[in-house]
Write a protein that binds this ligand. Structure first.
Ligand code: BGC
Length: 902
């Protein structure tokens, strides 16, 4: 075959294979793969592009959606759209129908002339969209004396299926927590359902595909209920029955038969009620389970419920019901005992090696009536005995009474525990590692980021931050998981949010919680301290806490490019900013109660004013400005012209008032604390000409405290960012690597496996801070993670969602020799990995397709830089010197830079 035919064929195969290699991957609907039971009527489609080539940009896309039934009729076809948008493409076809299943596909074209083929078929299924879609009614167990802390109600009914089933969906929610069963099998793998929302305003239902659990002939279903957040003890002062006194369910099982007909098995008067083995279950209490009272086969056919009670049918109660949005709570890592030992007090204790949130699983053999009690502790005291005082009024125990007659396996249902140690009493025989394990429970967020470096303590700090996030993202972002609190503290969530966006895809999680913020926000715009709000309307409007309503929507938009979160939250954001304006006088907001820079550094017996007390109204003015700025940003994204004008003017006045009220003519602030300077600098409160001296004062203050931070909850998240921004990155590294109290590494040195509430939760002599408020699993101080990703490893967004990113690691000589961060963005993986070795600096970078990046090579301006061992040429890279650094513009691809480190 003549040579030129051969080479023609070769080029042809090459182009075809290249073309073939442009593909759409990881297609999602509203962040999920093939979701069922959604009630978003304009769901948004996203995908990632994959291509071996560099500099790949999408130039056009097409989406098609059709009914996923025999008709396969098309309900929306976008046609070829010239656009590089590949995330959050909103459905805009014919109105979507309740319970209808739809299939969709997408394809795209790139700037290299390649056409990606239609993607694999995806689907999404709508849930129940309006109150009238619910034909079921609320039912409540008619159990005499049922009330909070009484035995868990059980509900059951039977039904017959006479035709062959095509599919079946269970739509269910409850007042209280529920677990449901069909023919003895547990439905789904979600826990603590229906989750925690502001129930009277927003109550989620879940949807399960139960097709395989049903059978022809007789069937049975059962639902177990627990007090949960609905009526259980919450907060303090004996608060209970917050949302209602009686538990209940709304249960709608929709069966579609192969002949196309449908049948609904609903919560109605055919249900029966009783109680069983769960004698008491509460979020703080834990669970008492008496296996002798188990009702074997209660959720199966052939079980006699003759002596069961009936149910009460309620009308209404469906207006506030909505489809669950966000990651359900699921089981994750399982831990085996790393050690089982006796304490000096003779307590039998299991060490799981990690302070986690979840529960234990017991495997035990013994006599009927034997009682095993398990208590959960985060730490041991200085004498190595179990320490429970910091749980305060939370019993946090499991009491399991054996039924005897063989091995029994038990795990709780309606509570969760924050613990590393399990103190086991009454175990029949010798407790071994086969008898007990621990399971972590948390919202099933997709992990997205990892950070590591050449310092083992800093790596442990990253580990502790991630486990703090796992332990406190249990359907709502809580302050802590172990004591009689575990509330959705707003301040903690806002300071930690940006770090959280690196470690996991928290967008759906916060999408859901932010709607509760808006729901519980006061009509005058004040935002409560905790969400869902269980502390009353007066517990609202603290600066730094209430700003969650503005800061988190903006952070999520920045990290994921999710414009709809700004659309959804805009009125709530504006209401908070307007609240501050309404409380201000002469452009100063200096009234009302504020937590201030919570848990700032305060030495014991401070006689000479070493405590870092920052004026709370100075802080309030700073956050007023910050929230106004972020609201302005959101108004710009959403094109709210009028608001842009108003808030631009407002912001100017806020800052002018700040300077007049809180700064001296030489630029000194009325509070000389690190937090005061950090907030004033981070939020640009000071005019340009006063900033450098203010930053110098901050750096000097760090030195004055012996290279220690003194910041509390509000100053800590921004401290290192401000030091870096004003050229004190080495000081920031000193703080990161500081191992003495107060610092991030001191707890690590003391053996922490999560983030502590206080800088000195455990003192160097192993005694503890006050038990009244001393959690060893509080993520607020984990906000340093953001600086580790952003500055140490250098991964930053420069356009929302990392459509454009900035890779600008700032190594400081003699501090670390290596750091790596990986972040799975909505577009794909970003990777930054640098190393200083033998005087050579190397940087490996990965930029996902359909995005671009700016890379800053530190101290490279005067160096001979190579990429993949080849000299950097202008032909290949647009570069610009920036002081001693070299800035490059990159398209997608994998890169390796190298040069002398001087
Ligand atoms: C919580 C904190 C919260 C603080 C506000 C504490 O009880 O644990 O997380 O931010 O109160 O005062």
């Amino acid at each position: 075959m003549p040579r030129f035919i051969l080479s023609l064929l070769f080029v042809l195969t090459l182009t075809v294979s290249y073309a073939q290699k442009l593909q759409l991957t990881e297609l999602t609907t509203e962040y999920q793969r093939n979701p069922i039971g959604i009630d978003i009527t304009t769901p948004r489609f996203s995908w990632k592009l994959s291509s071996p080539a560099r500099d790949v940009m999408q130039t056009a896309y097409e989406v098609r959606v059709s009914n996923d039934d025999k008709s396969k009729s098309v309900v929306w076809q976008s046609g070829r759209v010239t656009s590089d948008q590949s995330v959050f493409i909103a459905y805009s076809g014919a109105p979507l129908k309740a319970t209808q299943r739809y299939r969709w596909q997408a394809r795209a074209w790139d700037n290299k002339g390649n056409a990606a083929p239609w993607s694999e078929v995806q689907f999404f299924e709508m849930g129940l969209l309006k109150p009238t879609d619910w034909t079921a009614n609320w039912i409540e167990p008619a159990i005499p004396g049922d009330s909070v802390n009484s035995p868990s109600p059980m509900l059951r009914r039977t039904f017959d299926i006479k035709k062959s089933i095509a599919s079946a969906r269970l739509y269910i929610t409850a007042h209280g927590l529920y677990e449901s069963f069909i023919n003895g099998k547990r439905v789904g793998n979600q826990y603590l359902t229906p989750g925690w929302t502001s129930y009277n305003k927003r109550l989620q239902y879940q949807t399960y595909d139960v097709t395989t659990l049903l059978r022809n002939g007789s069937n049975a279903t059962g639902v177990l209920l627990g007090d949960g957040w609905y009526r259980g003890n919450l907060a303090w002062g004996g608060l209970k029955n917050i949302y209602g006194k009686t538990l209940g369910i709304l249960y709608q099982l929709e069966i579609t038969y192969t002949d196309g007909s449908k049948e609904v098995i609903a919560s109605d008067d055919k249900w029966k009620a009783s109680t069983g083995a769960i004698r008491r279950a509460g979020i703080y209490y834990g669970e008492a389970y008496d296996a002798r009272l188990e009702k074997k086969g209660w959720a199966e056919t052939g079980y006699s419920d003759a002596d069961w009670q009936g149910v009460n049918i309620l009308s209404g109660g469906k207006e506030n019901i909505l489809a669950a949005y966000g990651p359900p709570v699921r089981k994750h890592e399982t831990f085996k005992p790393v050690k089982i030992f006796k304490t000096p007090k003779g307590q039998t204790v299991v060490d799981f090696g990690q302070n986690l949130v979840g529960w234990i699983t017991l495997r035990v053999k013994g006599d009927a009536g034997d009682k095993v009690t398990v208590r959960h502790a985060e730490v041991l005291d200085k004498d190595k005995n179990v320490y429970l005082e910091n749980l305060r009024a939370a019993e946090a125990e499991v009491v399991y009474t054996l039924k005897g007659g063989g091995e029994e396996v038990y795990e709780p249902h309606f509570s969760f525990f924050g613990f590393r140690y399990a103190w086991v009493e009454g175990f029949p025989g010798t407790l071994t590692a086969d008898n007990i394990s621990a399971t972590a429970l948390y919202s099933d967020m997709t992990p997205t980021g990892n950070f590591s470096c050449s310092n083992a303590l800093v790596n442990q700090l990253q580990h502790n931050i991630q486990w703090g996030q796992k332990g406190n993202f249990v359907d709502v972002p809580t302050d802590c998981p172990q004591r009689d609190e575990r509330l959705g503290w707003t301040g903690d969530a806002q300071v930690f949010c940006r770090t959280a966006t690196y470690n996991m895809n928290v967008a759906p999680f916060f999408n859901k919680w932010l709607k509760d913020i808006a729901a519980d926000q006061r009509s005058d715009g004040a935002v409560p301290f905790v969400i869902p709000n269980v502390l009353g309307d007066n517990a609202s409007a603290s600066t730094g806490w209430a700003d969650v309503a503005v800061i988190i929507p903006w952070n999520i938009y920045q990290a994921f490019g999710d414009r709809r979160i700004l659309e959804n939250q805009y009125e709530s954001m504006k209401a908070w900013v307007n609240f501050m304006e309404s409380k201000s006088k002469n452009d100063l907001w200096n009234t009302g109660f504020h937590f201030g820079d919570w848990l700032f550094y305060r030495p014991f017996d401070d006689n000479d004013g070493r405590s870092a007390v920052t004026d709370k109204y100075l802080i309030a003015q700073c956050f007023w400005a910050h929230s106004t700025q972020l609201l302005l940003n959101a108004a710009q994204v959403l094109g709210k012209t009028e608001d842009i004008q108003h808030y631009t003017a407002q912001l100017k006045k806020i800052k002018e008032a700040f300077i007049k009220e809180y700064t001296t003519s030489s630029g000194r602030l009325v509070s000389g604390t690190q937090t005061a300077y950090v907030l004033a600098l981070n939020f640009d409160m000071l005019p340009e000409e006063l900033r450098a001296q203010a930053a110098q004062r901050l750096a000097q203050n760090v030195k004055d405290y012996g290279n220690h931070l003194t910041t509390g909850f509000l100053g800590t998240p921004y401290l290192c960012h401000v030091l870096t921004r004003f050229g004190y990155t080495d000081v920031a590294y000193d703080l990161l690597l500081q191992q003495e109290y107060p610092s991030w590494l001191y707890p690590v040195k003391m053996g922490a496996t999560t983030i502590w509430e206080r800088w000195d939760g455990m003192k160097p002599d192993s005694t503890f801070q006050t038990p009244g408020m001393n959690s060893f699993n509080h993520y607020a101080y984990g906000a340093i993670g953001d600086w580790m990703y952003r500055t140490v490893a250098g991964v930053q967004e420069s356009a929302a969602g990392y459509k454009q990113s900035r890779i600008a690691p700032e190594p400081a000589t003699g501090k670390l020799t290596q750091a790596t961060a990986e972040l799975q963005t909505m577009y794909g993986l970003i990777r930054s990995s640098w190393k200083i070795d033998n005087g050579i600096y190397t940087l490996d970078v990965q930029v996902p397709p359909n995005t671009t990046a700016e890379v800053v090579l530190p101290r490279a301006a005067q160096q001979r830089v190579t990429e993949q061992k080849a000299e950097l040429t202008a032909a290949k890279f647009t570069s610009e010197k920036q002081g001693e650094n070299l800035k490059l513009k990159l398209g997608s691809g994998v890169y390796h830079f190298e040069y002398n480190w001087q």
